[in-house]
Write a protein that binds this ligand. Structure first.
Ligand SMILES: [Zn+2]
Length: 263
């Protein structure tokens, strides 16, 4: 297997994986969606809410805010020494107190410890008119995407097989005429080699091929060469999310191997 990092910065990751199989990359994708833990607000205590929104709506919006997650220091609440009561090892607390007129943003959540300050701090929660107030306290705990979507950190992890465009050299004049019909900057024709300028635009080219019945151009896919892309919601960097996902996958295989020994 060969892996090349195309992009792994901030919340975005793009990897080129060669000499692999679709099922392997897909298992990594499934781990990112369902197994990778992250912090999300799970408990909301509302002391005062005179805004236009119901308590439940505000609680729902709070649940979707990305909370910075450090998996090295946090444990799941049900596995914690505090036996589910909630302690600094398993629970991160925030307070929020604001009076109108203003907009309450995610960044208004004040953490117990500065290291948990909300990084995606401009997400609007509710707009307050004059004299309206919101005072509340929240608890964020670790969870997994398979339990609730608010604990899904990675957004739309996806892979695309590398495509090759083949041109029938005997019909090169028709190919040239077809390329003339296409939107600018979609493809590049060098001699008898046709290439997409942006590989993500493949479906656009396919729709033109179908429309023009251009059977002198064919697109083939290579399932051993994949471009894997994903983004995080901001609770963790793309690099950390990738490393943690691989650790989880490796642990699952280890567990399976261990169970086989006992058979
Ligand atoms: Zn605890």
């Amino acid at each position: 297997m060969k892996v090349k990092t195309v992009e792994l910065k901030g919340n975005k990751g793009v990897l080129k994986i060669e000499d692999t199989d679709v099922y392997f990359v897909n298992s990594l994708r499934r781990v990112m969606l369902a197994e990778l833990p992250k912090l999300a607000i799970d408990n909301v205590i509302i002391y005062d809410n005179t805004s236009a929104l119901f308590d439940e709506l505000i609680a729902h919006r709070l649940g979707l805010i990305p909370i910075p997650t450090d998996l090295q220091t946090l444990v799941f609440r049900d596995q914690c020494k505090c036996e589910g009561k909630g302690c600094p090892n398993c629970t991160v607390r925030y307070t929020l107190s604001k009076e109108g007129d203003c907009v309450v943003y995610s960044g208004d959540l004040q953490p117990e410890h500065p290291s948990f300050a909300i990084t995606e701090n401009t997400i609007p929660i509710v707009e307050l008119m004059k004299d309206q107030r919101v005072i509340l306290e929240v608890e964020a705990v670790l969870g997994r995407g398979r339990d609730h979507a608010k604990w899904q950190m990675v957004l739309a992890p996806r892979y695309r097989m590398e495509t090759k465009i083949q041109v029938d050299k005997k019909h090169i004049n028709e190919v040239k005429a077809f390329v003339e019909e296409l939107p600018k900057d979609l493809v590049e024709l060098k001699g008898d080699k046709l290439e997409l300028k942006d590989p993500s635009q493949k479906s656009i080219l396919e729709s033109y091929l179908e429309k023009h019945k251009a059977d002198y151009i064919s697109i083939t896919k290579d399932p051993s060469k994949l471009l894997f892309s994903f983004e995080t919601d901001g609770s963790m960097s793309a690099k950390a999310a990738l490393q943690e996902s691989i650790n989880i996958l490796a642990k699952k295989y280890e567990e399976f191997r261990g169970l086989l020994k006992d058979l």
